[in-house]
Design a protein around this ligand. Structure first.
Ligand SMILES: C[S@@+](CC[C@H](N)C(=O)[O-])C[C@H]1O[C@@H](n2cnc3c(N)ncnc32)[C@H](O)[C@@H]1O
Length: 268
């Protein structure tokens, strides 16, 4: 078993190496708040606070920080962090091109933000927690960053997405070998060596991390994909806040089980 530090460092190298390709391949919009591949954004799901103007927001595992940029465009004051400098460079490039100001920080989500940052109204993250070898610690850190009444809103890989889509006789469906010990999503290099992994934990286990951190769970959302049956590629790109051609190949499957789970939590 690799040490946690080594897993985090390997993740950093992986995301630095693929940052440019990831941002080129995936179409991530800045005029909605996205939760993951093919699923509706917040303009449809309405999980964000109604008015974010003036709210202090912190995003971890931000990638190119499109969600923070969306919030900044609505008047929020945003800090966004990621372990990959290359991803943050993309964030800085996009924010400059949009003339939006956010603060980016190079750090792992397992690290505590310096006390000087104070407390936040909203801590958020999309599809990043699964890459941490210490997700329970990350949730506890986030809880400690919230003002009373503050919101933690995050999406991560749904545990059913660890399953395998199988064709059996004339039928097809999802095969889940072990819900409680999910198969990790392992990324390999050309030599077949593992370079990163994500784990999509059981919902109950994630709920325990949240409750143990002293937060209340307000919503658990398991979104179905945006309806795309009659859309061509261009329409799909317009309709889906986080889209790529390769993700669109999962569309028929993802009508039957969720790709992400979203937790909306509040500090009492
Ligand atoms: C699938 S991407 C999602 C990025 C962004 N949230 C989005 O929706 O586009 C996962 C992100 O998590 C970051 N990441 C992975 N491990 C991390 C860690 N231990 N601490 C902070 N960020 C990490 C990666 O660099 C990458 O930007």
């Amino acid at each position: 078993m690799m040490e946690k530090k080594a897993i985090i460092e390997r993740n950093r190298q992986y995301w630095d190496a693929i940052a440019e390709e990831y941002q080129d391949e995936i179409d991530i919009c800045v005029n909605d708040f996205h939760y993951g591949p093919l699923v509706p954004g917040d303009c449809d799901l309405h999980l964000l606070p109604e008015d974010v103007k003036g709210l202090r927001c912190y995003e971890f595992g931000c990638g190119a920080a499109q969600n923070s940029l969306y919030l900044a465009s609505r008047g929020a004051v945003c800090v966004a962090s990621d372990i990959s400098l290359e991803q943050l460079e993309e964030a800085n490039r996009i924010s400059e091109s949009l003339n939006l100001s956010i603060e980016t920080l190079h750090m792992g989500m397992e690290e505590a933000l310096p006390d000087s940052y104070g407390k936040f109204d909203l801590v958020h993250s999309s599809y990043a927690l699964a890459f941490s070898p210490e997700p329970d610690k990350v949730v506890a850190n986030c809880a400690s960053l919230l003002k009373p009444g503050g919101v933690l809103l995050f999406s991560t890989g749904h545990p059913l997405f660890s399953g395998e889509w199988l064709m059996i006789d004339d039928d097809e469906g999802l095969f889940v070998k072990d819900y409680f010990q999910p198969e990790p999503d392992i990324r390999y290099n050309r030599l077949g060596e593992e370079v990163a992994r994500a784990v999509f934990y059981p919902i109950g286990q994630m709920a325990d991390w949240i409750l143990n951190a002293g937060l209340q769970i307000e919503r658990i959302v398991e979104p179905a994909p945006v309806k795309l049956d009659t859309c061509d590629l261009e329409e799909m790109m317009q309709k889906v806040p986080y889209f790529s051609e390769s993700w669109s190949e999962y569309y028929e499957q993802l009508k039957h089980y969720p790709v992400v789970v979203i937790f909306k939590c509040r500090r009492p």
